[in-house]
Design a protein around this ligand. Structure first.
Ligand code: HEC
Ligand code: HEC
Length: 94
C-alpha cells in the first residue's frame, strides 16, 4: 500500500466515524425533548376551579403576581407562552 492509499483509508475511516457521530447526535437530543416534564396540576383555588381562557390565566401568571387578599403569590410561568393552558394543567381534584 503506498502512502496515498493509506491516507485515503485513514480519511475514509475518519469520515465513517464522523457519520456515525452525526447520525446518533440528533437521535439523542430528540429523546431529551420528548421527555416532557409532568405539568403541575392546579390547586383548587377559586380562580383555578373555572377555566375561562388562557388570557385569564395569564392575568396572574404572565409575571409573578401578589394576591394580598389571599395571602398568596402567583408564580410566573417558567415556560414560553403555550396555548391552551388547561390542556396541560388540569385540576388536581376529581
Ligand atoms: C387570580 C389569579 C390567578 C388566576 C386567574 C390563575 N391562577 Fe394559577 N395560581 C395563582 C396563585 C396565587 C397560585 C399559587 C398557589 C399557592 O401558592 O398555593 C397559582 C398556582 C398555579 C400553578 C402551580 C400549581 C398550583 O396550583 O399550586 C399552576 C400550574 C397554575 N397556577 C396555572 C394556572 C392556570 C392554567 C390558570 C388558568 C386556568 C390559572 N393558573 C389561573 C393565581 C391564579
Ligand atoms: C404543553 C403543556 C403546557 C401548556 C400548554 C402550559 N403549560 Fe404551564 N407548565 C407545563 C410544565 C411541564 C410545567 C413544569 C415546569 C417547566 O415547564 O419547566 C409548567 C409550569 C407552569 C407554571 C409553574 C408552576 C409552579 O408550581 O411553579 C405555571 C404558573 C404555568 N405553567 C402556567 C401556565 C399557563 C398560564 C399556561 C397557558 C398560557 C400554561 N402554563 C400552558 C406545561 C404546560
Amino acid at each position: 500500500m503506498d502512502s496515498r492509499a493509506r491516507l485515503l483509508l485513514v480519511l475514509t475511516a475518519l469520515a465513517g466515524v464522523m457519520l456515525v457521530y452525526i447520525l446518533y447526535q440528533p437521535a439523542r437530543s430528540v429523546d431529551r425533548d420528548t421527555a416532557e416534564e409532568q405539568p403541575p396540576q392546579l390547586s383548587d383555588l377559586p380562580f383555578h376551579l373555572s377555566y375561562i381562557n388562557d388570557e385569564t390565566c395569564l392575568k396572574c401568571h404572565f409575571q409573578e403576581k401578589e394576591l394580598p387578599a389571599f395571602d398568596l403569590v402567583a408564580p410566573e410561568m417558567p415556560h414560553d407562552l403555550r396555548k391552551n393552558c388547561g390542556g396541560c394543567h388540569q385540576l388536581a381534584v376529581g
